[in-house]
Write a protein that binds this ligand. Sequence first.
Ligand SMILES: [Zn+2]
Length: 323
Amino acid sequence: MDYLDLKQQILEKIKANGGWVNAHAHFDRAYSLNDQNVQYIYKSLQEKWDLNDELKKNSSVDDVYNRMVLATEHMLEQGVTAVGTFIDIDEAIEDKAIQAAQKLRDTYKGQIEFKFINQVLKGVLDPEAKKWFDLGTQFVDIIGGLPGKDVGREAEHIDVLLSTAKKMNKMAHIHVDQLNTPKETETMLLAQKTIEHGMQGKVAGIHGISIAAHPKEYRDNIYKTMKEADVMMVACPVGWIDHKRNEELLPFHNALTPVDEMLEHGITVALGTDNIIDIYKPFGSGTLWTELKFLLEGLHLYDIDALVNIATVNGRKVLGLVN
Ligand SMILES: [Zn+2]
């Protein structure tokens, strides 16, 4: 029977466009869920930032490498051609993920392009944390950040990231507005700081969930400032769809990056899988189609070409693989 198979159309166009790009992941922790740490799956995000310390201390370079290999093989099966993955670099894991990432890049040379980004689960303001940040930034391709970890001092955190990125002539990927609340204004701060540091076109926000919790006027202001700063955004739709119900009254929205509105403002949006089978996302499958499906359903976004760009060329742009 003949019918219009839009999914098939998207998949074919993605292939013709150079394949899927997974613009945000944490491969060093992928498949790290086990009998010991499964007890942490109901803990808050902030608690989870430190609950992996034991795993990180006990993991050898080979353990980290093997987790990254599993994730990479899963990407290759799907036709993913480029990946941007954060790797933890801090006092708990030291440089083990760096060594594993280097080995991974060598193993898969010619098969998949990697961009490595440093995750800063201890922040960047504490002196010990800053030591590991400085060491990590030497290795990675893109400077990574998590202002929520230095809560109350987000502006200083972003200043450290962007001044470092500028000095090293690297891009920056920064986790922002993850908690789905109008109390967060990190994307706006990131856009303003990007202009202040002259980093236009070199910065991507990761998630930007809380944007949709704000009134329309403020959202439009964010988009205008993002556009002026040429700040891009990576959406990981399954990542935050699990936000818990609460009694706060907000503009109605799903806990998704408001990609439909960003596209209207000409903002570059890419796609990522975020966590795969770890304490953050025990059921995270790392499947790009699932991510795109959640995005298109949750936002009622049926623009085929826009979806294809999000899954392919925009990811390359966010990873600095094309201009
Ligand atoms: Zn992340």
